[in-house]
Design a protein around this ligand. Structure first.
Ligand code: NDP
Length: 283
């Protein structure tokens, strides 16, 4: 089974569009997401375009704040502070990566935790690991949603996550654990990675290396979630999984493009609605 993230994402956005119209009626305003981009990095520009398009589609308020590549850290922090204090702003996102002269840690920590739609703020990260109410990071949240929508049972299953970054690997592993999977986190020092992965009923690859997950990594019937985004020499977008080789072995698989990617943006929309509701109901 191919897990069609694009189609799942579309139906979730259609439902949110209706929900947002109802929220506007009920609360007198729409959820508002502000996206900040620094500089002209083409990949960042493309991601931000997708996020703004989804924001418009779902009927949110908000817009893009564009700052030049040489903007000072102080100016960026002041802009974030202004948005933190704006009662009509529900979500703030600063597109990463940032230019070298700006500390990403400082920027992430500067965004008010209640408006942190990316779920990267240390307070949200700590709350996730403490099992407290928090804003979940979008990609991990989207992966769990994809597994749910595809009817993949997680409880009691063995899951292997390749990758231990703070934004994907570790939080995905935590969310799988929360769904009562038994989770192994693999990384660049894991010995005999293929054998470790072959144990998995659910295999999540979040590495950033084209085609590193071959058929010998996959237990027949396993659900394979490909988070990787890589460019081939001829400019095509491919994941971490050798899709053609793994497709006949896997029970379910996400394609790249059209799998996890669209879900990340859709979960960003979901988080914006959740931030809006938390703020409106805590007034
Ligand atoms: P990082 O570079 O932060 O982490 C990569 C991880 O892969 C590290 O934990 C690293 O191990 C591990 N790794 C590297 N080489 C190997 C290897 N040979 N064998 C096993 N493990 C290895 O990347 P991110 O987590 O930020 O992103 C991972 C991928 O997911 C990227 O392609 C990124 O573009 C994509 N991505 C996609 C998103 C989406 O929406 N679809 C969102 C976010 C990311 P170690 O810790 O030991 O160095």
């Amino acid at each position: 089974m191919i897990i069609d993230g694009k189609q799942i994402s579309q139906s979730l956005k259609d439902a949110m569009k209706i929900e947002v119209d109802a929220l506007a009626e009920q609360y007198g305003r729409r959820p508002c997401l502000m996206v900040i981009i620094v500089g002209d990095n083409p990949a960042s520009r493309s991601y931000v375009r997708g996020k703004i398009k989804a924001t418009e589609y779902c009927g949110f308020d908000g817009h893009l704040v564009e700052l030049p590549e040489d903007v000072s850290e102080a100016t960026l922090l002041a802009e974030i502070n202004k948005l933190n204090n704006d009662p009509l702003v529900d979500g703030i996102l600063v597109q990463l990566p940032l230019p070298k002269h700006i500390s990403e840690d400082k920027v992430i920590a500067a965004i008010s935790a209640e408006k942190d739609v990316d779920g990267f703020h240390p307070e949200n990260v700590a709350r996730l690991w403490l099992n407290q109410h928090c804003i979940l990071p979008c990609t991990p949240k989207g992966i769990i949603e994809l597994l749910d929508q595809a009817g993949v049972e997680m409880a009691g299953k063995k899951a292997v996550v390749i990758g231990r970054s703070n934004i994907v690997g570790k939080p995905v592993a935590k969310l799988l654990l929360d769904r009562n999977a038994t989770v192994t986190i693999a990384h660049s020092r894991t010995k005999d990675l293929a054998a470790v992965c072959r144990e998995a009923d659910i295999l999540v690859a979040a590495v950033g290396r084209a085609k590193m997950v071959t058929a010998e990594f996959v237990k027949p019937g396993a659900a394979v979630i490909d988070v990787g985004i890589n460019r081939t020499e001829d400019g095509r977008l491919v994941g971490d999984v050798d899709y053609e080789a793994v497709l006949p072995v896997a029970g379910a698989i996400t394609p790249v493009p059209g799998g996890v990617g669209p879900m990340t943006i859709t979960m960003l929309m979901r988080n914006t609605i959740e931030c809006f509701l938390n703020r409106m109901n805590n007034k």
